[in-house]
Design a protein around this ligand. Structure first.
Ligand SMILES: Nc1ncnc2c1ncn2[C@@H]1O[C@H](COP(=O)(O)OP(=O)(O)O)[C@@H](O)[C@H]1O
Ligand SMILES: [Mg+2]
Length: 230
């Protein structure tokens, strides 16, 4: 995927060649951080804090929303696979209905992911290019533990972690979901311990926003140096 993207950036050549791998090598030197965590752990909040330090941010959740809005790139394929039932009258993905379906139907979940994941990855890659001048790049990928493709894209994994009760309280606070619904989502996500095992860096988000900002500032210094020493 990276090679293919590099290939596209070399207008004088369309085939893989020495030249292309040099371009790919240049791209590989950019530090790309994969930011992950369970629902409500604070990924979006952490990403916003990194953005304040000047980091380039790519948010695969936002990309998924964009792809599944009315007229979005994924809609035709979703319509072909699931029919009209899972689209709103306006033609966007009906998220609540789809969420209910994929909770009870593993094959449907897989079908949806087969449509969305390649499109999300393609879009994330496309967004990397204009972000090249930023000191390092943070890619928010909730599904990083499940996605080998994204783990290969990133050079480091940063996990935002908090206690489950904090997680649940925060999600209830920001959405219309109740505790049982949030627990059901958490139960289907990668277990906390497994996610933490993937981490190069961990941000603890059990305290207030000031503590969170402090940890981001420390990591910003670290990532900026890593970038410079490459
Ligand atoms: N340290 C914190 N203190 C208070 N509220 C927080 C903190 N971190 C996150 N939140 C709030 O908790 C909710 C979930 O955080 P969010 O960043 O949206 O999580 P995620 O993107 O991982 O789902 C949001 O409403 C956010 O404003
Ligand atoms: Mg988020």
């Amino acid at each position: 995927m990276i090679l293919r993207q590099a290939d596209e950036t070399t207008s004088h050549s369309t085939k893989l060649s020495k030249n292309d791998s040099q371009v790919a090598g240049y791209q590989d030197r950019r530090l790309i951080i994969g930011l992950t965590g369970g629902i409500g752990s604070g990924k979006s909040t952490v990403a916003a804090l990194f953005a304040e330090h000047g980091a380039g941010i790519i948010d695969t959740d936002a990309i998924a929303h964009f792809l599944t809005q009315a007229g979005g790139e994924a809609i035709a394929a979703i319509h072909a696979a699931f029919g009209n039932d899972y689209l709103t009258e306006g033609g966007a993905l009906d998220r609540a209905k789809m969420r209910a379906l994929i909770f009870s139907d593993a094959a449907a979940k897989q079908r949806l992911e087969q449509i969305l994941h390649p499109l999300i990855f393609e879009q994330a890659n496309a967004q990397l290019r204009p972000l090249q001048p930023s000191p390092y790049i943070v890619v928010v990928v909730p599904l990083l533990p499940e996605s080998r493709t994204f783990r290969q894209l990133v050079q480091r994994v940063l996990v935002v972690d908090c206690d489950e009760h904090t997680q649940i309280a925060r999600v209830i606070g920001r959405s219309s979901m109740n505790e049982a619904e949030v627990r059901a989502i958490i139960a289907r996500q990668t277990p906390r311990a497994d996610r933490l095992r993937l981490a190069d860096d961990v941000i603890r988000n059990d305290a207030g926003l000031d503590r969170l900002a402090e940890q981001v500032a420390v990591l910003h210094e670290r990532y900026s140096k890593m970038q410079n020493s490459n």
